[in-house]
Structures are given as structure tokens and as C-alpha cells.
Design a binder for this molecule. Sequence first.
Ligand SMILES: Nc1ncnc2c1ncn2[C@@H]1O[C@H](COP(=O)(O)OP(=O)(O)O)[C@@H](O)[C@H]1O
Ligand SMILES: [Mg+2]
Length: 472
Amino acid sequence: MRVRLFIKMIVLYFCIVISTLTMLGVLLSFLINNYFLFNKQMEMITKASNISNLVKPYLIDNRYPGTVVSLLNGAEKNLGTEIWIIDPTGRTVAAASKAREHEGDFIDARDIKAMNSGKTSVRKGKSKLFDETALWVVTPIEHNNKIIGGTIMFSPIIGITQTTEKVRNLFIYSALVSTIFATIVVHFMAKYVTSPLREINKLSKHLAKGDFSKRVRVPQNDEIGDLAEAFNHMASQIEKQEKLRRDFVADVSHELRSPLSNIQGFIEAMIDRKDKTPEDRARYLNIIHKETIRLSRLVNELLYLSRIESGPPETGTAPVNLINVIEHSIQKFKPSAEEKNQNIQLANLPDDEIFVNGNYDRLEQVITNLLDNANRYSPINSDITITVEKSDDTVVVLVKDMGEGIPAEELPLIWERFYKVDKARNRQHGGTGLGLAIVRQIIESHCGTVKVDSKIGNGTQIGFVLPLYNPA
Ligand SMILES: Nc1ncnc2c1ncn2[C@@H]1O[C@H](COP(=O)(O)OP(=O)(O)O)[C@@H](O)[C@H]1O
Ligand SMILES: [Mg+2]
């Protein structure tokens, strides 16, 4: 993985470096070329007109050709260019050396024409004599408003070509150096990026194998560090989920074990004919019946809990009239309460209606579970009271009973799945320990919180706080 990323990064880096340097090099050599050429031209034009002025007196009537030649010789040595003089037709009249006597013949006719109209012309091109790129400057020599000839100055531009070449070499060198540098930098960059990625890769393999104990150690304080942190967070979540799942399976098996072994035990006793009398038989069957009811209740509640846990939150569904929910639940609960001669009443009822955002059936399940506990854990002939208190934006619903109460240290635990305060006592009540877990799950999915207050022997107040329905 590291090699692949390294190669990609280095290729990218090269593309950037090479294209930048090439562009810069081309631009620079173009600028240098033009700058040098321009300077050279100006210099040659000045020199050529100086020469023109110098030789002019001797050219009039072509009186001293020998003097002109020696003047040109001197100038040529001083200036490092080649010079010759032509007449208005372009024929060479004087040159510093024999070799250039006929160079004038090669001068472009347009330059001769320009010269005859008093203009200086400059031309760049290949010399026929020397086979190299050169500059020509042709300046007119004027006397009494008449063109009597011209000075031609010729200079190869090797210097410019050499400078451009030097610049190009410089660029190639710097490209090489920066490439070496880039390789080193990219090497470390790739390491910097890939080593945490490999760590994460390793961790994900551990996770896949079910080992949740490992975490990534990434010191980077950037996106890579964030990724590692997110990954660690995910690993922790998975670990937590996994623990929940294991505990859950253990709890469920534990809950199933005792009714199942009871059923098994009593059926085996009946197979072995241990039920001597019809009363024995009826007692055994009664126990078996009770245990099957407990089992099916357990399974139903588990299914219900898992359904509400995996469902979407209940907020933002529809406004529900909470008083209707409570009255409906009380109505349904009346028969069970009457069995224990318990009186259920609704107190503190506010004048106006109370709406919350949520699911009618789920909220009814909450009240039912709370009433079920009050009914179960309170003696006969006692009162169960539901109070509803409305504030600005919340409503508090409490179910109060006159039952045995819950020890203070166990109050936070009663909301856990399968938690029962007194296991022995609970067996006889036939509870599953899931009722309040269901209550909490539903209330939290309605963005509410659960509430409990209880004293041993002094009854229990248990309920919830829900945000009021807000149409805005
Ligand atoms: N009103 C109450 N009075 C006394 N104890 C209660 C009351 N409500 C709940 N509890 C205790 O909290 C435990 C958890 O309640 P719950 O989740 O409804 O399970 P269960 O199926 O046992 O009723 C119960 O076993 C009981 O011990
Ligand atoms: Mg219960």
C-alpha cells in the first residue's frame, strides 16, 4: 500500500515540478532572447550611425577609398562586429576585408530601398557567408539631403544563444535537484500518511476477528488523526455493542432456564408417576401452566423491546392527547385493580388539554407498565394515584402507589433489562424485569426522561417527563 501511494505521489510531484520548470524555462529564455536582441540591436544601430558619420567626409565623391578601409578596420577591431560600406545601389564600396567585398550583394532589396528613403533597417537571419545566426543593421549615409551610400553592420548572435543554453542547463539542474529533494520529501510524506493507515487496516482486521481490545495510536493532529480517532471510537462502540449483546444473550438464557427447568422437572415427575393423587396432578399442571405463561410473556416483551429499540425515534410523528392515553390505560386496567380491590384515580388534572409529540400505543404501553407494577407491588385495598403536572414546555406524569417501595441504592438499576429488586419476591409476582426497560426505551425515544422516587415501606412514585407538543 505504501509503495503504491508513494509512486502515485512521486509521479504527481514530478508532473508538477517538470511542467512548472518547463513553463518557467521557456518563458525566461524567451524574455532573455528578446532582451538581449533588443539591446544588441540598439547598440548596433548607434554604432552604425557613428560609423556612417565617421566615413561620410571620405565618401563624398568617393575620394579616399583607402582611408575608409583603414577606418573600417580600426572600427571593426574596436567594436567586434563586421562593417562595410555600400553605395545607393547596394554595391560594396569599402570593406574591412576581402572576404566581405561582395557581402553587399546579399543584402535584401527591401533594406536597400529603406536605406534610400533614409531609414535604418534591422534584420535577423542566417548569414550566407558564415553559416550562423546574425543581426544586420543597414543605416543610410546622407549628404546634402541625398543618400550617398550606407553602412552595413553584421554581428553573429552566438552570445545570446549561449546565454539561453546556460539558462536551460540551469533549469535542468534545478529540476534534477528538486527531483531528488522531492523523492526524499515524498518518501517521508508517504510514510506519514500510510503508517497510520496501515495501523487502521490492522485494527480493522482485529475487529473483524472479534478482538475489540486494540486501538490505533496516531499522533497526527490532522485529518488522518481524526480518521484514527473516529476509528477508535467505532471500535469502542463495537466493543460496547458486543458486550451488550453477550450480556443480553446471557440474561435471556438465564431467564429462560428456570421456567424451562421447572416445566421439565414437573413433566418428568408426571412421567415417573410421582403425582399420586389428582390434587398433586392438578398442582403440577398448574405450575407448568404458570411457567408457560411466564415464558410467553418474556418472549413477547423481548420482541416488543427489540422492535422499539430498532425503530425510528417517536418525535415528530403526531400530537397525542396524553390525558386520553392515561384514561384509556386506566380503563383497560380496571379489572386487574379490582381483583386486588385497588382504586385507581387521576389527580391534579390541569384544565386544558395536554398534547405531546409521539405514538399513542407506545405511550399507552408506558402507563400500562407503570400501573402493572403499582398493582403488582402494592397490597390489597390500596390507592393508586396518577398525577399530571404541566409546566411551560414539559409535562410530568407520576404513578404513586402505597406499596412496599424500592431500596434507594437500587433506584437507578430498576430501569435495566431483567433487573428485579427481590428475586424471590418477584418469582411469586411473575415479573420479567423488562417492564421498566420498555418504559425507559419508549420515553427516551420521545425525547423524555424517566423519574422515580421511593422509600421502603412508604410507596413509590414513578413516571416520566415529556416535552409538550409544539406546533411551531
Ligand atoms: N411500584 C413499584 N413498587 C415496588 N417495586 C417496584 C415498583 N415498580 C418496579 N419495582 C421494582 O422494579 C423491578 C423492575 O420492574 P419491571 O421492569 O417492571 O420488572 P417486573 O417485570 O419485575 O415488574 C421490579 O422487579 C420491582 O422489584
Ligand atoms: Mg413490571
